[in-house]
Ligand binder design. Structure first.
Ligand SMILES: [Cu+2]
Length: 318
C-alpha cells in the first residue's frame, strides 16, 4: 500500500505496526474565517455607516434612509429679497440632549476661549466625518424645509442636532447668534476659518464672497417682519431676510447644498431662530399650520408642536 488517504483519524496509515498518529487536522497558517458562522464582535454594524447615530441623523441611520430628491434648479441657490439685490445677481457656484440648557449668546460677547471652543468643536466633528452627513441632510429637498411653513420649525431642529453634535465633543459649546441686521459686518473671528467638509459630492472647501451680491437686511427690515401678527405673514418675511444673509455672505453660503459647511450658517440660522423666539413671545398661540406628514420634522421624529418651546428643546437665548 503506497497511497495515503487524505483523512485523519483513520488507522490505516501504513503497512507496518507503528502506532497511529492522533493529531487533529492542523489549522491553516492563515486566518480562515468560518463564513457560515462568523464570530460575534458583540455589536451590530450601523445600518447606514455614513449616518451611524439615529439621534443626530434621524431616519438616515436606517437601512432605508430617505430617498434623495434634488432641489429644483431655480431653488438650488438662496434668493435674497428683491430689494436686497445688487446687480448682477448670479449664483456663486464653484465646483460643483439632556438636562443641560444651552445658553445661546450673541457672538460679540464671546471670549477668545469661547470662540476657540466653538471652532475646535466644529473642526472635531468635521474631522470625525460627522459634519458632512449633517450638511447633506440639508441638501435633500425631500425634507421640504424651504419656502413653506416648515422653514422655521425644521431649521430649529436642525440647529439643535448640530448643537448636540458640538456638545458631544465639548459640552460647553452652544451655537452663538450673529445679529447681522445690527452688525452689518461679518464676524471677524471667522474670516480665517474656511474648513473643508466631505459632503456627498466630495470635499468642499468653504468660500465666501462677502457683500458682493446683496445688502444685509437692516434692523428696520427685521422690525417690519416682526410686526406681522400671523405666522403665515411673519415666516415668509423672516425667510426672505434669512435668504439675503445667505447671499450677502456668498460663496458656500449661497448654495443650499454647501451652506451648512460654513460655521456662519449656524450662527446666521441661530439669529433667525432667535428672532422667531422673540416673535413667539409677542404673538402667543401663533403657530405654523402643519398637519399630517408635513408636521413631522423629518428625518427626525419631532413634530411641529415639539418645536414651539425652545426651553423644552434644551436651549434659550440671552
Ligand atoms: Cu436651510
Amino acid at each position: 500500500m503506497t497511497k495515503r488517504k487524505h483523512e485523519h483519524g483513520g488507522h490505516d496509515h501504513g503497512p507496518d505496526d507503528r502506532p497511529p498518529h492522533h493529531h487533529r487536522p492542523h489549522d491553516p497558517p492563515y486566518y480562515d474565517p468560518n463564513y457560515d458562522d462568523p464570530p460575534s464582535h458583540g455589536h451590530e454594524p450601523p445600518d447606514n455607516p455614513r449616518y451611524p447615530d439615529p439621534r443626530i441623523y434621524g431616519d438616515y441611520a436606517s437601512k432605508r434612509p430617505p430617498r434623495y430628491v434634488p432641489h429644483p434648479f431655480e431653488h438650488t441657490c438662496f434668493k435674497p429679497r428683491k430689494d436686497d439685490y445688487k446687480p448682477p445677481v448670479t449664483c456663486d457656484d464653484h465646483d460643483d440632549h439632556d438636562t443641560h440648557l444651552c445658553i445661546r449668546k450673541d457672538h460679540r460677547t464671546f471670549t477668545v476661549d469661547e470662540q476657540n471652543r466653538f471652532l475646535n468643536a466644529f473642526t472635531q466633528i468635521n474631522t470625525m466625518g460627522a459634519l458632512g452627513p449633517l450638511v447633506d441632510i440639508h441638501s435633500n429637498a425631500i425634507h421640504q424645509m424651504h419656502s413653506n411653513p416648515r422653514f422655521l420649525p425644521w431649521h430649529r431642529i436642525y440647529l439643535l442636532r448640530m448643537e448636540e453634535l458640538l456638545m458631544s465633543v465639548d459640552p460647553t459649546v452652544c451655537i452663538p447668534y450673529w445679529k447681522s441686521s445690527e452688525e452689518q459686518a461679518f464676524p471677524a473671528w471667522l474670516l480665517g476659518f474656511t474648513p473643508t467638509v466631505n459632503i456627498i459630492s466630495g470635499p468642499h472647501t468653504v468660500t465666501r464672497n462677502i457683500g458682493a451680491f446683496a445688502t444685509l437686511p437692516n434692523a428696520a427690515a427685521v422690525a417690519a417682519a416682526m410686526a406681522n401678527g400671523t405666522f403665515n405673514a411673519f415666516a415668509p418675511a423672516l425667510e426672505g431676510i434669512h435668504n439675503s444673509g445667505h447671499v450677502w455672505v456668498g460663496g458656500s453660503m449661497g448654495g443650499i447644498t454647501t451652506a451648512p459647511c460654513d460655521p456662519v450658517f449656524w450662527m446666521h440660522h441661530c439669529e433667525i431662530d432667535r428672532i422667531w423666539f422673540e416673535w413667539q413671545a409677542a404673538n402667543p398661540g401663533q403657530n405654523p399650520a402643519l398637519a399630517g406628514a408635513a408636521a413631522t420634522m423629518d428625518p427626525w421624529s419631532e413634530i411641529e408642536p415639539d418645536t414651539r418651546d425652545v426651553t423644552a428643546l434644551g436651549f434659550t437665548y440671552v
